[in-house]
Design a protein around this ligand. Sequence first.
Ligand SMILES: NC(=O)c1ccc[n+]([C@@H]2O[C@H](COP(=O)([O-])OP(=O)(O)OC[C@H]3O[C@@H](n4cnc5c(N)ncnc54)[C@H](OP(=O)(O)O)[C@@H]3O)[C@@H](O)[C@H]2O)c1
Length: 294
Amino acid sequence: MTFDHPAVTVIGLGSMGSALATALLDRGHPTTVWNRTAHRAEALAARGARPAADPGEAVTASPLIVACVLDYEALHGVLEPVGGSLEGRTLVNLTSGSPEQARETAAWARSFGAGYLDGAVMTTPPGVGRPEMMFLYSGSPEVFDVHRPTLAALGDPLHLGADPGLASLYDAALLGLMWSALTGWLHGTALVGAEKTEATAFTPFAVRWLTTVAGFMTAYAPQVDAGLYPGDDATVDVQIAAVDHLVHAAAARGVDNALPELLKHIMERARAAGHGSDSYASVIEVMRNPGGGR
Ligand SMILES: NC(=O)c1ccc[n+]([C@@H]2O[C@H](COP(=O)([O-])OP(=O)(O)OC[C@H]3O[C@@H](n4cnc5c(N)ncnc54)[C@H](OP(=O)(O)O)[C@@H]3O)[C@@H](O)[C@H]2O)c1
């Protein structure tokens, strides 16, 4: 171990864990690895990783342990028997889960005198190691500061706050945004595809449009925070009229309409709650108060 390149252990060598270990090796960190199915460590060993025989050996090999397994059940199955070995070390958990699971696991690690950061990887394995990729962390700011230079080997380390549940919370919120955007893009692609436009021809327009949409989000965020939604650009009523065109165009071409129908329904609930002449940002009121405004 050197001061610049502290030793790291990676537990879990699936697609993501292997990418994490590879990025650490590429940056010159002495890296110990362990996986339930041992042969998945072989390719990493060929690149210089040290395979540990069992989780106990893996934990004691390094001051920093990065865990990335399928879920929290698997995580606790691996680490519970060796919890005492975590004392004085830091566990960075990049396994996906809920904010509640993150908080429970932070308390569990603390009970052994271990530091704990919960994390969310906002990329797929090929993006690991690229400095522009977001890696979200939550938990002790002091622990984050100590390990920040090492975590920078994986991507851009962003600390959200001391509450260990925050990374999972942001992760879920950002995945929801991703699924909405991707599904909207696929719906639009099916629509133009019904008139023989290929996805590769449509997509540059979709990507450029998303930049404009990002501008709407930036403009609407202060409205959401203030709870005031001046309808001085495009009102909810105007958007409801526009979504009808989408519903019609899709129906006429035999394209599934579940997504636009859902969006129209949400907009109509905002109108029913009195937001017809407000900006689209007022739809947040439907999200915050799902039982009201009908
Ligand atoms: N892939 C992505 O793009 C991505 C992006 C962000 C976050 N994540 C998160 O990263 C985590 C890992 O994802 P992945 O894509 O690497 O999945 P994966 O390729 O399916 O790997 C799963 C890993 O979990 C281990 N595992 C499963 N059950 C276990 C158990 N009961 N005990 C011990 N180890 C167990 C597997 O070990 P074996 O090899 O022995 O089966 C393997 O190392 C997940 O929480 C996922 O949500 C993934």
